[in-house]
Design a protein. Structure first.
Lengths: 115, 96, 496
């Protein structure tokens, strides 16, 4: 009876110790797959001009600020949406420097185990 | 209070990120939408604040509120109820 | 991510060991808990053995049953209801819980309020009236802070706030306590016909104690005539009680003018502010209010608590309903409930803090909803459009039976009147007082908008009401006649 509880504890601690360790490896996803998903996230993000009646075309070169009209707070929200889409965590330091679609795609491609 | 350093731009943005992430965690649709809306408007309104004392006060106040948000988001996930009729039950997501 | 890992509980009891707590076992066997509506959502809250810790509601079970019946059953049922079926969004990947639009009945508890309250259900459990130790001191301090918050909203002094169990108790305290205290010289009470039931019933019970009560009528907009009120005041009048915002139609009475008249004639003025407190600007000094009933659960606070404002200068005397230890200035004996009091205080503080935001937001949604609903033919807004709290909208849909409309709107939580009277099929006495006939009173629905209502919900409601009112009218012979241009009033109905 108690053994089973013990086992459960062991299992739990193993789980926890695994938690913070991240294996950063290039993503298995293809670049085109990532870019189309990134663009989809931007499209469904209701603050961009892209979701208005007269949508701006989103290309790899689109800049969040200049082309999509996002301010710094909007960009933070967009990054959160990306994190949720790809189940990743983008550190603040990196997020600060992501200013365009292409940069975001490259980051996801190179630095994460996105799925 | 004056001894507390004025928060940097990056610190404010990082705090905003926490607000958005934790608001998103609410299982209850109405609370989730409210806190997202509230976080946005509060940060947008104070985006133009220049006075360092005011900025510092807002920042500290917001940190306290973040604590509430974190706790309540967790509680919202512990006691969950059915989705409402305006809420999609399946997340439109590419991930399988 | 952080939250998710917290809810995913580790396996504690392997499935082959009979260690399950007995309370759970019956549930597990019934297989009820294995149901899940979405793989993603269920994953987050599932134990290893497939036991979901989702809290299922009766509504979902009922709706599922309904859906099953419909999908398995004969063509006859389907063909009759296709329009409604279509409108329900059943099995289309959306949830089943109705949209909550009954904010006048009660409001959801704000998570920030709950966060304040939980401390007093865990560590801070002292009796606020214990003055011999720290447990009592700390809760007493919090209770007094809450009292400050409650008072601040109406520009009162904290000492003038008496905590009660709710607005019903506050109303009873005033309607019974004030006349009883002054019964030697005063014999008359004035109130209105559109008050909440508890005021009307309390006033009626005073008739049995030998008092006279004048029930003032209202005009077709739901407003009282202040001249009529002034004329009704007699030398032996002790109390005027007029509600600030009506709970059924949202009409705002001219409180400031009434206050002036009462002051001029030296009559105590009580106002039931259950629906108004924190939602419209109120200043007890500017408006000459002597007594005011307040409810916590209408302002996103906990249920089971409210307050009574009792002016101290000049002092208002009233006979308490309860005898006991003399808490709350001797007016309301009994130990205060610190979780409820502090929750109420936080709710009041938030009402003040969020006043402008809430006001703008609710007005915007309200305008959208009103214009959407009134775009239907023969739909009318009840009550004055100018003296109106935007969060309470009462609309009549002529040629539709109200109860069948409510039945067709199971995906929206609405009421045809106040929660206290909706158990009976009797049409609203408030709408009667406005001069509406039975049929129109029956086809009226109240929509309540609050802090947590979303624009998406309002859009859904507009669409749903438009579709279903049209659908029900198609079934109505009266509507057919109206379409043909027959004046219904000219018809002589044959009696049986």
């Amino acid at each position: 009876m108690f053994r089973s509880l013990l086992r459960a504890n062991v299992a739990r601690s193993a789980m926890i110790s695994q938690g913070p360790v991240r294996f950063y490896s290039p993503s298995n996803l293809s670049k085109t797959a990532i870019s189309s998903r990134v663009i989809d996230v931007i499209k469904s993000f209701n603050k961009t001009d892209a979701s208005s009646s007269n949508p701006t075309e989103i290309t790899m070169e689109s800049s969040f600020k200049k082309d999509l009209g996002l301010d710094s707070l909007d960009t933070v929200e967009l990054i959160v949406a990306m994190e949720e889409e790809f189940s990743i965590e983008i550190p603040d330091k990196v997020a600060d420097e992501l200013t365009s679609v292409a940069q975001t795609v490259d980051y996801i491609k190179d630095h994460t185990d996105a799925s | 209070m004056s001894s507390v350093p004025v928060p940097t731009r990056r610190q404010v943005l990082a705090l905003y990120k926490q607000f958005i992430k934790n608001s998103n965690q609410f299982n209850n649709y109405n609370f989730r939408q409210y806190f997202l809306r509230k976080s946005r408007s509060t940060f947008k309104e104070s985006a133009d604040l220049k006075d360092t004392v005011q900025v510092t006060n807002m920042f500290n106040e917001a940190k306290k509120e973040l604590g509430i948000l974190k706790r309540q988001a967790v509680i919202s996930q512990m006691y969950t109820f059915d989705k409402t009729v305006v809420e999609p039950t399946l997340k439109l997501n590419h991930t399988q | 991510m952080f939250g998710r890992s917290l809810v995913r509980l580790p396996r504690v009891v392997p499935s082959n060991v009979g260690l399950r707590p007995s309370v759970w076992s019956s549930k597990i066997r019934s297989g009820n808990l294995s149901r899940c509506y979405s793989a993603a959502a269920a994953e987050a809250v599932k134990l290893d053995e497939g036991i979901s810790i989702e809290t299922h509601t009766d509504i979902q079970a009922a709706a599922k049953e309904q859906a099953n019946v419909r999908s398995n059953d004969s063509e006859a049922i389907k063909s009759g209801n296709t329009a409604l079926n279509h409108a329900y969004q059943e099995n289309t990947g959306f949830g089943t819980r109705p949209i909550y639009l009954d904010m006048q009945a009660t409001t959801p508890t704000d998570p920030r309020v709950l966060d304040t309250m939980l401390k007093y259900y865990t560590g801070l459990y002292g009796n606020p009236h214990s003055n011999t130790h720290a447990y009592g001191w700390e809760t007493n301090k919090s209770v007094e802070e809450a009292r400050e918050h409650v008072a601040k909203v109406i520009n009162a002094n904290a000492k003038e706030i008496i905590f009660t169990s709710g607005a019903t108790e506050s109303n009873n305290m005033v309607l019974k306590g004030v006349p009883r205290f002054y019964k030697k010289t005063k014999k008359h009470i004035i109130t209105t016909r559109t008050e909440h039931k508890c005021v009307l019933e309390a006033a009626r019970s005073m008739i049995n104690e030998g008092f006279e009560v004048t029930f003032l009528g209202v005009d077709s907009n739901g407003l009282i005539d202040v001249n009529e009120l002034e004329n009704a005041i007699r030398p032996d009048t002790c109390l005027v009680s007029v509600m600030a915002v009506n709970n059924e139609i949202g009409v705002i009475q001219p409180i400031k003018q009434i206050g002036e008249i009462c002051k001029k004639h030296k009559v105590y003025f009580h106002t039931d502010c259950a629906q108004a407190y924190g939602k419209i600007p109120i200043d007890v000094n500017d408006m000459n209010i002597d007594l005011m009933s307040i409810s916590s659960h209408k302002i996103y606070g906990p249920k089971g608590i409210g307050a009574l404002y009792v002016r101290r200068r000049p002092r208002i005397r009233l006979e308490p309903l309860l005898s006991g230890g003399g808490q709350e200035r001797g007016l309301r004996s009994g130990t205060l409930a610190p979780p409820l009091v502090t929750g109420f205080g936080e709710a009041a503080r938030l009402m003040l803090q969020e006043f402008d935001n809430d006001q703008n937001y609710i007005s915007r949604l309200s305008n959208k909803l009103i214009s959407g609903l009134l775009s239907l033919d023969h739909a009318t807004l009840n009550g004055s459009p100018n003296h109106h709290y935007p969060g309470c909208i009462n609309v009549s849909f002529a040629y539709v039976e109200g109860e069948s409309l409510l039945m067709a709107l199971r995906d929206i939580a609405l009421s045809s009147g106040s929660a206290c009277t909706s158990a009976s099929l009797e049409p609203s006495y408030v709408l009667h007082a406005l001069g509406k006939d039975d049929a129109l009173a029956h086809s009226s629905i109240r929509f309540g908008i609050g802090r947590f209502t979303t624009e998406e919900e309002v859009d859904y409601v507009i669409k749903a009401i438009q579709e279903r009112v049209k659908f029900l009218r198609e079934l109505s012979p009266l509507w057919e006649m109206v379409q043909e241009g027959i004046d219904l009033d000219s018809i002589e109905w044959s009696g049986h």
